[in-house]
Ligand binder design. Structure first.
Ligand code: ADP
Ligand code: MG
Length: 269
């Protein structure tokens, strides 16, 4: 990148820059363009939600930012440096997260703390704080196989938070959870984000969830995935469940749903 571009990036506090990303998969039926011409700047401490029809390339984009997939064309930068693989400043939570089955819940979380140099008793105390956050302190000494799917996902979330990444990349992390747990985790994620100032890139198929969480909702088009629209959500934080009853929320919901629905129809054509 030219020096000038990098300077501009620092001035704007760009945390992640997605620059002309295209991704082609070589599948069973030949080449498949999953993403085409995706450009996006994600600023420090920004909360971005991504919505779009199934198969439009949301997970592909997240995996490219995480450094788990390489773009066919274009580049991704994190703090001005080209992404060429995974990095501890970028933490990922998938919908189904693999915990270490041979470690207890607490040890799973401690693993993330030890990775960033927190050791011994301190790691244990910290791990318990993160488990309390997801309401699982009582299960600290259980093994993952003794927990329900939703509980395992909460451990995975606690572990991702414990790693204290600068950027949280979340791919439908609450998608498989019951409504009550989902609401609780949304609230906790917002509190964590406000307290610890993180950059969040969060994929969801739930428009309500996107509006409750995000400062900006990115609507992706049907395949090949492009950014169709960016909708600013100017509802002040803290947002609560009552926020969903306000006229501004309902108006945003109708607008975003309308856009996403058009793309669903494209997929079905
Ligand atoms: N590893 C892969 N090989 C081939 N095709 C893939 C691969 N990963 C994803 N795809 C295809 O790319 C498109 C986008 O997938 P994905 O990013 O998972 O969409 P989304 O997360 O929006 O549902 C889909 O058509 C999917 O089948
Ligand atoms: Mg996906």
């Amino acid at each position: 990148m030219a020096g000038e571009a990098r300077d501009l990036m620092n001035k704007e506090n760009v945390c992640i820059r997605i620059d002309g990303v295209r991704k082609v998969f070589n599948g069973r039926n030949g080449e498949m363009v999953a993403l085409n011409g995706v450009d996006l700047d994600i600023h420090d401490n920004e909360f971005i939600c991504v919505v779009g029809p199934s198969g439009c390339g949301k997970s592909t984009l997240l995996n490219i930012i995480a450094g788990l997939l390489e773009p066919t064309e274009g580049k991704v930068y994190c703090n001005g440096k080209e992404v060429t693989g995974t990095g501890t400043e970028r933490g990922v939570v998938f919908q189904q997260y693999a915990l270490f089955p041979w470690l207890t819940v607490k040890k799973n979380v401690m693993f993330a703390l030890e990775m960033r140099g927190v050791k011994g008793k301190e790691a244990e105390t910290e791990a318990m704080k993160y488990l309390e956050m997801v309401d699982l302190a009582k299960f600290a000494d259980h093994y993952p196989k003794e927990l329900s799917g939703g509980m395992k996902q909460r451990v995975a979330i606690a572990r991702a938070y414990a790693a204290e990444p600068q950027v949280l990349l979340m791919d439908e992390p609450f998608g498989a959870l019951d409504a009550q747990t989902r609401t609780q985790l949304q609230t906790e994620l917002l509190e964590t984000w406000q307290k610890k100032k993180k950059t969040c890139f969060f994929i969801t198929h739930d428009v309500d969830e996107a509006i409750i969480l995000a400062q900006k909702v990115i609507i992706m088009s049907a395949r090949p995935g492009r950014i169709k629209r960016i909708v600013d959500i100017n509802i002040p934080y803290p947002r609560t469940q009552e926020t969903k009853m306000t006229p501004e929320f309902i108006e945003l919901k109708n607008e975003i749903w309308g856009q996403v629905y058009q793309e669903y129809l494209e997929v079905r054509k």
